[in-house]
Each structure stands twice: as C-alpha cells, then as structure tokens.
Design a binder for this molecule. Sequence first.
Ligand SMILES: *[C@@H]1O[C@H](CO)[C@@H](O)[C@H](O)[C@H]1NC(C)=O
Ligand SMILES: *[C@@H]1O[C@H](CO)[C@@H](O)[C@H](O)[C@H]1NC(C)=O
Ligand SMILES: *[C@@H]1O[C@H](CO)[C@@H](O)[C@H](O)[C@H]1NC(C)=O
Ligand SMILES: *[C@@H]1O[C@H](CO)[C@@H](O)[C@H](O)[C@H]1NC(C)=O
Ligand SMILES: *[C@@H]1O[C@H](CO)[C@@H](O)[C@H](O)[C@H]1NC(C)=O
Ligand SMILES: *[C@@H]1O[C@H](CO)[C@@H](O)[C@H](O)[C@H]1NC(C)=O
Ligand SMILES: *[C@@H]1O[C@H](CO)[C@@H](O)[C@H](O)[C@H]1NC(C)=O
Ligand SMILES: *[C@@H]1O[C@H](CO)[C@@H](O)[C@H](O)[C@H]1NC(C)=O
Length: 676
Amino acid sequence: MVEQCFRKFGLIVILSALVFYLYIYGANETGTEIPKILEPFFVNTEGCRIIAMDVMNHQIEKFTNWEWKHPRFYLKCPKTTWFRTEMANGDWYLKLSRDIGEILKENKLTNDWQITCYWLNFKIRWRWHSKLTHRTRFYLEFPYVLKVPKGVKQLRLQCVETETNKTLYNDAHFFIQPPPEKLLRKAPPRLQFWDKIDERKTNMPPISVMILGMDSVSHLNFLRQMPKTAAYMRTNMSHVEFWGMNKIGVNTYPNLISLLTGLSTQEAYKLILKDKYMDRLPLIWKDFKKAGYNTSFGEDHARLSVFYFDQKGFENETTDHNLHDFMAELFLIRENSSLPLAYCVGERTFLDVLMEMTDRLLPHYQRYPFFSFYWWSNGLHEFFNAPRLMDDRFQRLLRSLDDSGVTNNTIIFFMSDHGLRWGKFRYTFQGMIEDSQPLLSVLYPKWMQNTFPQAIQNLHANAHSLVTTYDLHATLKHILDIDSLQDKSIRKMSEDLWELKGKKTPRAVSLFLPVPPWRSCNSSHIKRRFCLCHRQVSIPSTHRIAEQSAQFIVDSINKMLEEYAMCIPLQVDSILSAHVEVPERDFKKNYRIAGRHLNGRYRDRGPSVRTREYSDRDVIVRLKAKPMEAFFEGMTRKHGSAISLIGEIIRVGGGENNTNGCIANSKLEPFCHCGV
Ligand SMILES: *[C@@H]1O[C@H](CO)[C@@H](O)[C@H](O)[C@H]1NC(C)=O
Ligand SMILES: *[C@@H]1O[C@H](CO)[C@@H](O)[C@H](O)[C@H]1NC(C)=O
Ligand SMILES: *[C@@H]1O[C@H](CO)[C@@H](O)[C@H](O)[C@H]1NC(C)=O
Ligand SMILES: *[C@@H]1O[C@H](CO)[C@@H](O)[C@H](O)[C@H]1NC(C)=O
Ligand SMILES: *[C@@H]1O[C@H](CO)[C@@H](O)[C@H](O)[C@H]1NC(C)=O
Ligand SMILES: *[C@@H]1O[C@H](CO)[C@@H](O)[C@H](O)[C@H]1NC(C)=O
Ligand SMILES: *[C@@H]1O[C@H](CO)[C@@H](O)[C@H](O)[C@H]1NC(C)=O
Ligand SMILES: *[C@@H]1O[C@H](CO)[C@@H](O)[C@H](O)[C@H]1NC(C)=O
C-alpha cells in the first residue's frame, strides 16, 4: 500500500495538481482591491512552464508611486469644447454647449455676430494632409443649434473672428445613423442578420465579436492599474482570464496582424507586395462580412495605427464603420493634453472619442451581428501607470455593454498586444517578462455555458495554457462556424487535434478546443527572445544555491514532522542532481534593449534603479537524506534572500525499512524515519 505512494510521479504532474489558483485581496493606497497572486506558476504543462510573478511588491511600488504623484496623470485637456452633438427624432444636431457670454468674454468680443462659424467636409489625402471642401457658413445666433444635413457622416468645424478671420475654434464630429426604423422598435433578445436572409442552416443564435484592445498593457499591469475594471469583470461577467498569453513579436504590428489574419509578418508581407495596400490582407472581418455581419473598425490614434504606422494603410474602406479618417483629421488639429502622446480637441480626449464610437453603435450591436475592432493607445505607450486612466472608462464601457444586453450576444476579447516596452520598469527583470505577457480576457455570453458546454469548459481549461494571437485568430474562425461549437464537433476536433504531436503540433488552436499540453514556444512560433517558458538547466550539486535548496527541503521535512517525536530528524546526506529553471530566452542579452523612446520625444524619469540580474531562482533538487537512506525531490524559489518551497516535496525511493508505520498519518508517513 505504502509502496504505491512512493512511486516516482513526474514532478511536473505533481506540481500541476498543486497549483491552486487563489487570490487574497489586500487594499492598496487608493482603497481599491488589488488581487495578490499565490500560485507558483502561470502555466505548468509538459511543454511550457511559466513562473508566476507579483502584481505588487516593494520593488514594483517604487515605479507606481513616483509617476502617480505627477500631475500629468490627471489627463487634462487645455481647451474647452463649444459644440456637442445630439440626436432628436432621427436627426443629428450641433448644439452650442458653452455659454456664449463666456466665449465672447474669453475672446474679448461683445456680440455674437463677431464670430462666424463654418462646417466643412474633409478628405484625408496622402497621410496627414486633409482637403477641406464645401465650406458652409453659419452664424452663432440664438438658439445656437445647427441641424446636421441628412447623410453627413462627419464634419469639421471652424469658428473665426468675423472681422479678422482669426481662428477661434477647431473641432470635428462624426455621426452614426440609428438602425432603420423597422429595426428600432424593440431590441430583440436575439440578433437578426441585417438582410434577414438567414441562409445558415442552423438554429444557433448568432454571436457578435468585439475586440477591445489597449496598447502596451500586460496582464499584471492591468490587475495593478485597473482594479475597478478587473473587479467588475471578475464579479459580473462570465469570462476567462488567460495567464499564459505570450506575445509573438516585438511591437503592435506582428501581434495584431497575426490576430487579424492568422499570418506572421513575413507571410502577410508576401500578400501585400504588389502595392503595399493593407486591403490585400485576408483580414478576419472580411470573413465576418461575408457571413452577414456588419463591421466596425476604430483606433484612437491615427498615427500609431497598426495599418498606418510604417505601413501604407488602406486604399478602400474594408468595414461598414471606419473611424480612421476622422481620427486622422482630429490628429491634424490635435492639442496636447497633460500626458505626453495623449491628445485632445477641445475638452474631448482621443480616448473618449473612441469610447463615443462604441457608445453610439450600441443600438446597432443590440440588433444585428457585428464584428468590431477597437484599439486604444493614446498615452498608453510609455507610462507604467497610464492604464489607470482607462480604469473608470473601461469599467463604464463594460457596464454599458452589460446594461444594454450587448454582452448577452457578444464575445468580447479584452486584450493588449504586449506589455510596456519603454521606461524604467522595463529595465527590471519583471518588466522584461511582463513585456511578453499581454492582457487577454475573453468575456462570453453566459448562455453559452449551457448551449456549448464542452467548448466553454475548454476555454476555461486553457486559462493556464501557453496561448498566442494565432490562437485568437483560430478562435475567431471557430465562432464563424457556430455549429462546430457544439459538443459533438468539439469532441471530434479535439481528438483530431491531439493526434498531432511533435512537429505536427499546429501553430494555432481555437481556444474552444483543449490546447495540447505538449505545446511549446517553438510549436507556437513564439520567437525565443519573447518566450516566457522556462527550461531546466543542470547546475553542479556543489553549487551554493543547490546546497541551500537541499537544506531548505530537509528543514521543511523536519518541520512537517515536528509534532511527531518518534520521527528522527533528517539531514542532507548528498545531492544527486540540481537544476535551475531559466527563461527560455537569454535574458541577459535582452536585458538592456528597452528604454528607447518613441522618436526620443519624451524621456521617462523615474527613481534610479540599479540594473540587476535576475535574482529569483527556482531550483529543483534530488537529494539523499540520512539516517533514513531515502531519496527526495523538491523545488525551492529564492526571491532576494528569502527562500520558499514550491509545490510539495516527494519521496522518490529508498527508506523502505524505516517507515514502519510508527505514525498514523498517511501523508507524513513517507517522510518519517521511525526511531526505536
Ligand atoms: C475671411 O475669409 C473669407 C473666406 O475665405 C474671405 O472671403 C474674406 O475676405 C476674409 N476676410 C478677411 C478680412 O481676410
Ligand atoms: C440572451 O441570449 C439568449 C440567446 O440568444 C436568449 O435566449 C436570452 O433570452 C437572452 N437573455 C436576455 C436577458 O436577453
Ligand atoms: C455586479 O455583481 C455584484 C455581485 O454579484 C452585484 O451586487 C452588482 O449589482 C453587480 N453590478 C452590476 C452593475 O451588475
Ligand atoms: C450593415 O450591413 C448591410 C449589408 O452589408 C448594409 O446594407 C447596411 O447598410 C449595414 N449597416 C450599417 C449601419 O452600416
Ligand atoms: C480599391 O478599389 C478600387 C475600385 O474598386 C480597386 O480598383 C482597387 O484595386 C482597390 N484597392 C485595393 C488595394 O484593393
Ligand atoms: C505638443 O507637444 C509636442 C511634444 O512635446 C511639442 O513639440 C508641441 O509643440 C506641442 N504642441 C503644442 C500646441 O503645444
Ligand atoms: C521547432 O519547430 C520546427 C517547425 O515547427 C521544427 O522543425 C523544429 O524541429 C522544432 N525545434 C525543436 C527544438 O523542437
Ligand atoms: C530492507 O530490509 C531488507 C530485509 O532486512 C533488506 O534485504 C534490504 O536490503 C533492506 N533495504 C534497504 C534499502 O536497506
């Protein structure tokens, strides 16, 4: 009987069974809860092991505090907005939202006729040039309302001093028409295809897809900086947080191109060789369009756009709704906010303009299937604390999607492309690791748990698998074929998938299928320098760190047995083998690559941090103990000068003659050397 317990199980199997994903909540200085991570590994599978890291500790606090005390973190716009847009009876209006007296006073004028306003059409010509046409004059006069002509999708505003033509005000607005009257009457509980010709041979309700992305937010920085959003998500939404999301390329482009096309940068490049227009890419929203979905695309930063930064952009629009030209026009009349690389026009931040788009489309999302892709990057690119600016905004957004019923018919990919790539935090070891660990959380309609139990179970089971944006692309494809989310298909697809081993392991796996545990960075096409998985490197058993670890393991055994006086305390006899876990990547080489700044425009000044080597060490030791003559295996982690045990110690052999059942505790018995 006892023999069985002693058999050598793979350490990995044992450890993975021990990974309890627990959170302790502790309040931080702002009073919001930041979850603490207790598990030793984010991913612990046959092909990949990723060690867990802290959301917050003293080291990290240094980085959050100095920035946060700086006034720029209270994102402020320098000017005031004059007009807002409003819809009444199916028409859009521009309304003066500021007190006219105040405007006149500010500009040292006395009468409203001294100000002339125009609205204009604009067309973005070659990048960052726009042509303004159809200049239409309107006076600023009571009741200060302008009806926007039907069919106008966007316009530019200019107000000048009538006498001198001196510019007083610039702005731009977009208008999204409501769904047609007949669709408006009542939001149906399930989505209807726009053309109502539902040719699909399925009675499964269609599911919309929404990608809500933020630039440069690692999973841990999301938890650190956006506690309200995280709490809302965790308590109010059916969702899965992915702990093994690994970026595949250095910056936004490779990570998002793989998400949207399933291709690597090189593969995508071959398809646009002809004229470099990005329209030529097989963007996933084209597939959704073909399937009858309406589509929408918006980025809050036209210049840092995935399709326009260092790329040629689109020749033709590829989505039904497209905010790019509008954001480019706003970019041209931008004003600096208090935060570098975050812009405003009037008192509207660009972050909020994109929020406005998601908001304006709500009545559409409620009624027919939609694929939408939204990406926020204003201000997020360079600052460790910048995601805090997004916390209230995203909590509000998630809540409004919830309240309007949109989350009942939409799968939301709440995500980022990579972690922070610049600055002082990036210089640290954890900063380097987090760079490769973008946020990914999949929020799904609750009813899917009943309709597609196996698929949703797999989604949850993959929370601790190594995953990439290639997998997300496969997941999007999977959603298009909704029937294949049913148990029968899932079982068949899973069986087929698990046949593929070794070199045949596919690069992309839908997250509704069980990601094979043997998957590795190599089989997922994650470049080695971004790979978060660890490998074991043998160290001499005489190494100080091996000796420390062995001693700690034996001390831990003795401590467990403290209460049992009949068990004779053990000592280290010899160390048979020792391994350290090191990141797959060569971290020393990559240690110093961070810290350049976007066009050298902003220098991030923090407390000086001594660049230090990775001091955390996970050590796996096999040892022989005396006087028991038994062999044990265990793993310790050294963090600074503190050392702790990871997982359980196992006895892997020997000592059979000494454990003669002198204690009645089957768990501890294997460790007890019974005295006479
Ligand atoms: C102001 O601009 C308008 C339109 O471009 C032009 O007709 C007018 O002559 C200008 N007035 C002055 C004082 O420059
Ligand atoms: C949510 O969607 C499901 C499937 O379309 C539908 O059966 C259910 O009535 C909806 N629930 C609500 C509250 O709208
Ligand atoms: C979120 O969930 C909590 C607990 O389940 C509940 O009390 C609260 O009302 C929910 N909030 C919203 C906005 O649904
Ligand atoms: C949605 O798509 C349909 C079919 O392509 C199109 O006719 C319709 O105008 C689209 N709706 C909107 C609001 O763009
Ligand atoms: C854009 O549309 C025009 C006219 O339909 C077409 O000739 C051209 O090839 C399109 N461009 C791309 C990149 O698809
Ligand atoms: C905005 O900030 C940039 C970079 O700091 C600076 O070059 C530019 O002059 C600023 N623009 C305005 C209008 O202050
Ligand atoms: C990595 O993957 C490639 C192709 O998928 C394969 O040819 C190669 O043998 C793999 N390398 C290792 C070390 O597994
Ligand atoms: C245990 O005892 C048996 C019988 O006395 C002996 O043959 C065997 O060698 C002992 N095993 C060890 C590991 O000492």
